[in-house]
Design a binder for this molecule. Structure first.
Ligand SMILES: CC(C)(COP(=O)(O)OP(=O)(O)OC[C@H]1O[C@@H](n2cnc3c(N)ncnc32)[C@H](O)[C@@H]1OP(=O)(O)O)[C@@H](O)C(=O)NCCC(=O)NCCS
Length: 156
């Protein structure tokens, strides 16, 4: 089966502008299309009008990509393009992720973020809690090391 090419295009449109280059967090096109072929991978797009999925001609503002196994799911990528930030779209997309995972029977959601990423405020607002630290896990382009914080949301 071929990956859904339109969605790969739209994910890459956001990916290339959303992640700060110095942290090396963005995936390339091949990584995304390969991931979408794997069983257990889920993704969603959100439009600038906060609809998910976006209508065919809507501007795509953001996306997430996650992978699940049994009753757990990990949020691997989550981003809103800079043009569309601070309008509640990240909040709406994260809510969509949690609800979609809940409907698929997931009980524990995980994600990993670099320490001090403002995204942590959003995750905390949705009930994610830090459960572990990987010291100096990320290396920036100038050689600095940043801790990774693992976060969990238990769905009741
Ligand atoms: C994190 C991200 C998805 C947030 O998207 P967004 O659409 O701007 O989020 P929202 O508008 O829904 O913000 C919801 C709340 O989160 C907090 N927040 C979001 N971005 C923030 C920032 N840069 N600084 C401080 N607080 C922030 C605020 O409390 C905000 O509410 P407010 O705007 O009413 O103050 C976006 O900044 C992004 O794509 N960042 C780069 C990629 C990334 O780091 N992804 C996460 C990887 S772990």
């Amino acid at each position: 089966m071929l990956p859904p090419l339109d969605d790969v295009d739209r994910i890459m449109e956001v990916m290339t502008v959303a992640f700060p280059v110095e942290f090396g967090e963005a995936w390339n096109r091949r990584q995304v299309s390969d991931a979408l072929l794997l069983a257990g991978t889920h993704h969603a797009l959100i439009s600038s009008e906060a609809t998910s999925p976006p209508a065919p001609h809507d501007a795509v503002a953001g996306f997430y990509l996650s992978r699940g196994l049994f009753d757990e799911e990990e949020l691997l990528l989550f981003a809103i393009a800079p043009t569309w930030r601070r309008r509640g779209l990240g909040h709406a997309l994260l809510g969509h992720f949690v609800e979609n995972a809940r409907q698929r029977g997931k009980k524990r959601l995980f994600l990993e973020m670099r320490r001090n990423n403002p995204a942590g405020i959003l995750y905390a607002a949705h009930g994610f809690q830090p459960i572990g630290i990987r010291p100096r896990y990320y290396r920036t382009s100038n050689g600095d090391r940043i801790d990774a914080i693992t976060q969990e949301l238990v769905i009741t």
